[in-house]
Design a binder for this molecule. Structure first.
Ligand code: AMP
Length: 588
């Protein structure tokens, strides 16, 4: 397939933000795509080469790309850098530079999607001391044969700056229309995506096997399943109203969610955002297979740091020390954990997702043998407010965050946040008291004691409809000196020269970041704001929502990606809930 076809569609998509138009462009693109290339097209559209869980990173630095453009165009590096500063995007700068060149040379051959993909894959696989030179050689060989427009998109994919404003849902809408002629079939594609976390694979199956193939699509060992998520409830009585007469109350442990894929030969661990985290937990890999009574299984558990002397649970932050490349053995002894199982998703060749909770829990208890290291998450069946209150009390007293309430007769809904699971935290009972997980998008330099670090951070919610990050508050309280140092270290690697186009904010921050890091924040109230962009125009025209008196809780949510941050929809619900409480109060 000619790369020009893809490049032309990408150029049209960059020029619009309208979801309907974007979907239509994708449909046309898919209709022009041969089946054997569809998976690669879907990955490239997302600026990827493989599904996230495989961890294939392109890892090309801007400097290297500038050198490659210089080599291909014969222009001096200074000229390319100055064009880059003018355009704010290296891909677009390359178009201008290479347009000047094509007048004097001719293109050697058309480049294909296959060739671009293979070359990018080779670049991603290169390691070691000579890899930089090799990467440059590969990039400039592509640029030599590319038209200026093609070159710009090759560079954007390489540098991770391709921003089309399409979330997975838009791609699935377009796949459903292109291959089944009906957007309604999106739901069936979505199920396959939720159990495989691999949109390229889903596209390949719908293209080759049609609806029949995708309907039969099943869970596979070592293909992570998108986790089921919980809605919030504020009180025991709300929980009863939503859950009915009899349901499970599990402790909500404050650790890292781990999806364990285990066969006789190997163990792979995935995080909540489906990153492969096997190397951080050699203790799980070593011990768990001996405690499992099954040849193939996918389990879910919460890894929690503990005090080995007292057996107490320690806060989630302790697990940060495990996130390292080197000397992991030392971290394993210094920061011991227990692994606390709460679900089984696949067992000896069969999916367990469709089984009701009660049966999954029983299966789980038959599979895992408990000991000091491996446990089941404590669970009680509850039938009234007093019983919930009692389990909540016990959970908080043993260092947990609250409860996860689960309906007994419901399946595991991969990738969905719904009412079958609810979370109840102690603080939820005070007004907003609830915490939000927000993305750091910008910062303002500190003064006084904070000189040389970021004094105030600009935070955003995730608008999952538009796939953008909308500013919601500035936060400067709740940080210890140690937090400020740590955040400075993490964030200074994420600084961008220009504001990322997925950031929606009118603030004039001193620095902008790639929207990646998620922090937990509490606030006294949600208010309407003329400045901030979260849920803009939803409650009132020309107003967004903002947090009043926001405060950092001390938790850096390393296990969450920016797309896992609190959404505008969640903030709107909290805003409405808070209004309801104040109305109720004024009526008393
Ligand atoms: P939140 O991150 O506040 O939306 O809460 C959901 C997270 O709670 C999950 O991703 C798990 O990491 C964690 N968790 C702790 N205990 C449980 C449990 N018993 N069942 C499910 N998730 C749990």
């Amino acid at each position: 397939m000619e790369f020009a076809i893809l490049a032309n569609v990408l150029a049209k998509m960059e020029a619009t933000k309208k979801r309907l138009e974007l979907t239509q462009y994708l449909v046309e693109l898919f209709q022009d795509t041969p089946n054997e290339v569809i998976a690669r097209i879907v990955y490239l559209l997302q600026g990827k080469l493989r599904p996230d869980f495989e961890g294939v990173e392109l890892g090309v630095a801007e400097k290297l790309a500038v050198r490659a453009i210089a080599k291909s165009s014969g222009m001096p590096i200074k000229k390319i850098e100055s064009e880059y500063r003018k355009k704010g995007d290296l891909g677009n700068a390359a178009t201008v530079i290479l347009e000047q060149k094509t007048q004097t040379t001719f293109l050697a051959e058309d480049i294909t999607v296959e060739r671009v993909y293979d070359t990018l894959y080779k670049i991603a696989s290169l390691e070691g001391s000579r890899s930089q030179d090799m990467k440059m050689k590969y990039i400039s060989s592509l640029l030599n044969d590319a038209t200026p427009i093609e070159a710009s998109f090759i560079l954007k994919i390489l540098l991770g700056t391709l921003r089309l404003g399409i979330a997975e849902n838009t791609v699935m809408d377009a796949l459903a229309i292109a291959y089944t002629s009906s957007k309604e079939n999106r739901k069936i594609l979505e199920r396959a995506y939720n159990v495989s976390s691999d949109l390229g694979q889903v596209a390949e199956i719908i293209a080759n096997e049609g609806l029949d193939g995708i309907t039969k699509f099943e869970v596979k060992l070592f293909n992570p399943i998108r986790p089921m998520l919980a809605d919030r409830v504020k009180s025991e009585s709300d929980a009863i109203e939503k859950m009915g007469k009899r349901f499970a109350a599990e402790y909500k442990l404050d650790g890292e969610r781990v999806q364990l894929h285990i066969s006789n030969e190997k163990v792979i661990l995935f995080s909540r955002s489906l990153e492969n985290i096997t190397s951080y937990y050699p203790d799980i890999v070593e011990k768990i297979p001996n405690m499992i009574n099954a040849s193939e299984v996918i389990l879910e558990a919460e890894a929690v740091a503990i005090n080995e002397d007292t057996g107490e649970f320690l806060p989630f932050q302790e697990l940060m020390h495990r996130r390292r490349k080197y000397k992991i053995e030392k971290a394993v002894t210094q920061y011991p954990i227990t692994i606390n199982f709460f679900d089984v998703l696949f067992h000896n060749g069969k999916s367990c997702l469709e089984l009701p909770y009660e049966q999954r829990r029983k299966t789980l208890e038959n599979i895992v043998k408990e000991n000091d290291f491996a446990k089941y998450v404590p669970m009680e069946i509850v039938t009234n407010e007093n019983e919930i209150e009692e389990v909540l009390e016990n959970s908080i007293n043993s260092g947990c965050e609250g409860l996860m309430l689960k309906m007994l007769d419901k399946p595991y809904q991969a990738g969905a946040r719904g009412n079958y699971w609810l979370k109840l935290k102690r603080e939820y009972r005070n007004e907003l008291g609830d915490s939000l997980d927000l993305v750091v998008i910008g910062a303002f330099f500190g003064k006084g004691r904070r000189t040389g670090r970021y004094g105030t951070l600009l935070l955003a919610t995730y608008d999952d409809d538009q796939d953008v990050f909308t500013s919601i508050c500035k936060v400067g309280t709740g940080f210890t000196d140690e937090d400020l140092d740590q955040l400075y270290q993490i964030l200074s690697n994420k600084v961008t020269i220009k504001k990322n186009p997925r950031i929606d904010s009118d603030m004039e921050a001193d620095v902008w970041f790639e929207p990646e890091l998620v922090l937990e924040v509490v606030a006294s109230e949600i208010t309407l704001s003329p400045i901030h962009k979260a849920a803009r125009d939803t409650i009132r025209k020309n107003a967004g929502l903002a947090l009043r008196f926001p405060k950092f809780t001390g938790k850096i949510r390393i296990e969450k990606t920016a797309e896992d941050a609190s959404t505008n929809q969640e903030v709107i619900t909290l805003y409405r809930g808070q209004k309801k409480i104040s109305q109720d109060k004024s009526q008393v």
